[in-house]
Design a protein around this ligand. Structure first.
Ligand code: PNS
Length: 162
């Protein structure tokens, strides 16, 4: 791999979970710089504002010195070009993720041929973890401690049970 590759980790992060943080942490060990991009997803109605999502991720990645967090509303392919990123890192869980992720990877490649999408296999314990499950559990008063770091747990509970 070339030196000083900038990678982006995009997602809705509504909210960030241990699954996302595992991917971000592993990417931070592989790349010179990693930018976590809180991006718009037209198919989703998010529960947290982009600012809240950025803030929660920042709290969780404060110890990763080469990781920063940004919010961007346009096309990811354009964002990658604007910051000189040549890699998009995504986590893959079950086969159900595959078709959607494949479609996005091919579209991004078409829009920005300089960017490669790389998939990291999710850790086995995060296989069935998703932001929407975390929100459901929090809404029903369940324990979300195995899914999100302590530092953002109360933020999530406060918002979801409001
Ligand atoms: O966590 P998600 O919701 O699966 O992430 C999807 C996301 C935000 C990465 C995707 O919707 C995206 O890239 N949005 C930015 C707009 C864009 O570039 N859309 C075309 C992607 S092919």
């Amino acid at each position: 791999m070339k030196d000083k590759v900038i990678a982006i980790c995009p997602g809705s992060f509504d909210p960030v979970t241990y699954g996302h943080l595992d991917i971000i942490t592993r990417a931070s060990k592989m790349f010179y710089k990693v930018i976590v991009v809180v991006a718009g997803n037209v198919t989703k109605n998010c529960s947290f504002t982009p600012e809240e999502r950025v803030e929660m991720i920042e709290k969780c990645v404060s110890e990763l010195s080469n990781v920063s967090v940004e919010h961007y509303e346009g096309l990811l392919a354009d964002y990658a070009a604007s910051v000189g990123a040549t890699a998009i890192i995504k986590g893959l869980r079950a086969m159900s993720d595959f078709e959607y992720e494949f479609q996005m990877a091919l579209t991004n490649k078409k829009l920005n041929p300089n960017v490669e999408t790389l998939f990291l296999t999710t850790a086995a314990e995060n296989m069935y973890l998703s932001s929407s499950m975390v929100k459901q559990i929090a809404f029903m008063g369940g324990d979300i401690s195995s899914f999100v770091p302590e530092v953002i747990r109360q933020d999530i509970i406060n918002r979801i049970r409001k």
